[in-house]
Structures are given as structure tokens and as C-alpha cells.
Design a protein around this ligand. Structure first.
Ligand SMILES: C=C(O[C@@H]1C=C(C(=O)O)C=C[C@H]1O)C(=O)O
Length: 339
């Protein structure tokens, strides 16, 4: 069995994933497009709804070889960094939409570039990242068309253990703090847009019997969010979970409200392609499902890390606060750069 490092050098697509609350790493390889019948696999889907879904096959017995990792010399151009001026102009376009259309919330994302040396040890970085974020899905994957990606995401899209399914509404952001968290009306509203969307999406799938927790603070890396947990029961054979995932996704946590107008506004406004950012990814098997929204992630080039960072904007949002929120989110990935 080739190691992940060998695959990285030879540019063969692979994926390493460490799931929340677990210690062991999961390895996957040989992705194929739209092949749902691969058995135990790891699927990866991009932001654009009709993007190809890739299914990586499970590769038991693989191992990390941290001494031999080299970055993939990925040929595509490095995306342009989003300046504060560009971010600010996009923020103003959104404010214009709030004043003149039915749109109430839209996620604005930006790109931050970070220099790395050609000697930077990616596998050692991955190991630091996974030990720093035990409650996130931490992954590193080489995608057949989108290059090398690394992330540590806290947001469940849909999970199943036995016949119990879970999805969450995760939105609103504060800096992580030792003190008690207080959430204002603006933050509660931002998160409620997501919860309302999930209730509606479950109902559309005929799922009326779900339980819903009260919104509570959930810390994730360098920030804290409001989180509501939705649970329902279903027989694996009867529930088409990928269909449910595609109904729920993209939630107003990563698109906005109303969803389809927010998607159009994002695609018309943001200056970069989101690629895998705000898509979804995770493992599926006969026993369980663990799909996550792809947040707190980056695309890696030989001398640059390209971070994709976003946050929800509403009419009450303040430009500097929103920019600062994306800077805080960046720390999830940046704190572990210097071993
Ligand atoms: C869009 C991101 O995060 C999402 C947006 C949040 C917000 O608007 O406060 C909070 C959590 C995530 O659902 C991101 O991290 O890039």
C-alpha cells in the first residue's frame, strides 16, 4: 500500500480524515465521479449545486509518512487575495440588496493568502491541526480537479448512527472567550434563519417527528457559534440521506435567506470561485454517515496557503466587525503553521 506521502508526491488523489471524537485516521483513494455504490467511501462535493460529487474508496492499512511529503505542484493559478477595499465594496452591494430586495442575510467570503516555504512539512502540519481540533472533521485531500485542500470544520451537515440522524443549525460568531457568552438579537436572528430552513427542509422530506434542542453556545477552534441540534429516526433503507443532504444544503449558514436569491447574489458578487469551500464532504458506509459542511479550509499551493473565510451579513452588520470575524476564523488554521 502506497503511503499518503507517496501519493502527494506522485499527485495521485487521496484523502486523510480524522472525525470528531475519534483518534484514528481514515485513508481513502481512487476517487470516481458520481459513483454512489463504492461501499465505505469518502465523498467530496463543491459549492456549486450541480458540481460533480467524487467518491474516494476506503484504503485500510495506509499510513502517514511525514518525512517524505512534498507539495503538489498544482498548475492552476493562485486565486487573488481579497483586499479590504474589495470586501468592503461587496459588503456595500449586499447592503444595497437588503434595502431593495427580499434578501435578509447573505454570506460574504474572502480569500486570504499566507506564504509558506517550499520546505513546509504538510503532513506534520496536518498532525498538529488534528490534535488541536479534536471536535472538528480534520482532513487533507488531493482532489481530481481542485488540487490539494486542508480543513478543520465543525459543522455537521447530516450524520447517522444506527437509525438516529442528526443535523445542526450553526451560525453567528464571537471570539472564543473565558467569560460567559452573550448573544444579541442580531445573532439570534441570523441563526434562526438557518433553523427555520432546516425545519422546512425536513418537512419537505416527510420528516415531521424530529427533536430540536435550544440554541446553545458551541466553541469551534478560535471562535464560538450558536448551535441547535435536530434529531430524527429513520430506517437507512427508507431514507435517501443524500437527497436530504441536498435539500438542507446550502443552508442560510453558508448561503443566506432566502437561499436561492442569496446564492445568485453570492455568485454575482464574490470575486473568487468558492470551489470546495462551503461544499460538503465526509464518509458514508452501511453503518454510519458523517457529512460536514466544508468550512475553515484552504487550498494549498507550493508556496502559498489560500484560506477561504466567510461570515453572514445582515442589514445590522458592521463592516469592520465582519472583517474581524473572518480574521478570527482564519486562526483555526493559522495557529498551527509554526510547529
Ligand atoms: C461561512 C463560515 O461559517 C459559517 C458562518 C457563520 C456566521 O455567519 O457567523 C458561523 C458558522 C458557519 O456556519 C466560514 O467559516 O467561512
Amino acid at each position: 500500500m502506497k503511503t499518503a506521502a507517496t501519493k502527494l508526491r506522485s499527485k495521485e488523489p487521496f484523502c486523510i480524515a480524522r472525525f470528531p471524537g475519534e483518534k484514528e485516521l481514515n485513508f481513502y483513494q481512487n476517487p470516481t465521479a458520481n459513483d454512489q455504490n463504492k461501499g465505505d467511501s469518502f465523498l467530496v462535493k463543491g459549492w456549486i449545486t450541480n458540481d460533480t460529487t467524487y467518491y474516494y474508496a476506503s484504503a485500510y492499512g495506509s499510513e502517514l509518512d511525514a518525512t517524505k511529503a512534498e507539495k503538489v505542484n498544482y498548475s492552476e493559478d493562485i486565486p487573488t487575495e481579497t483586499s479590504f477595499e474589495t470586501y468592503s465594496a461587496n459588503f456595500n452591494s449586499y447592503q444595497h440588496a437588503f434595502a431593495n430586495t427580499s434578501v435578509k442575510k447573505v454570506i460574504l467570503s474572502r480569500i486570504k493568502l499566507v506564504d509558506i516555504s517550499t520546505k513546509f512539512d504538510l503532513l506534520a502540519y496536518f498532525e498538529r491541526l488534528e490534535s488541536a481540533h479534536p471536535n472538528a472533521l480534520v482532513f487533507m485531500l488531493l482532489h481530481p480537479t481542485e488540487g490539494l485542500w486542508i480543513g478543520a470544520t465543525p459543522e455537521i451537515l447530516i450524520s447517522r448512527k444506527g437509525n438516529k440522524y442528526t443535523t445542526v443549525s450553526l451560525a453567528a460568531t464571537q471570539r472564543i472567550s473565558e467569560k460567559e457568552y452573550h448573544w444579541g438579537a442580531k445573532e439570534k436572528q441570523e441563526q434562526e434563519y438557518v433553523s427555520a430552513h432546516i425545519r422546512k427542509s425536513l418537512a419537505k422530506n416527510g420528516i415531521e417527528n424530529f427533536t430540536e434542542s435550544r440554541p446553545a453556545t458551541a466553541e469551534a477552534g478560535s471562535v464560538a457559534h450558536l448551535k441547535t441540534i435536530f434529531e430524527f429516526e429513520g430506517d437507512n433503507r427508507d431514507l435517501d440521506f443524500l437527497n436530504i443532504a441536498d435539500q438542507i444544503h446550502p443552508t442560510p449558514a453558508i448561503s443566506g435567506t432566502p437561499v436561492s436569491k442569496a446564492i445568485d447574489l453570492i455568485n454575482a458578487t464574490e470575486n473568487h470561485l468558492r470551489r470546495l469551500y462551503t461544499g460538503y464532504l465526509g464518509r458514508i458506509s452501511a453503518q454510519s454517515i458523517d457529512l460536514y459542511v466544508n468550512l475553515r479550509c484552504m487550498q494549498v499551493f507550493p508556496t502559498k496557503m489560500v484560506l477561504y473565510l466567510g461570515g453572514g451579513i445582515t442589514q445590522e452588520s458592521q463592516l469592520e466587525d465582519e472583517w474581524d470575524e473572518t480574521e478570527q476564523k482564519a486562526k483555526t488554521l493559522l495557529k498551527q503553521i509554526n510547529g
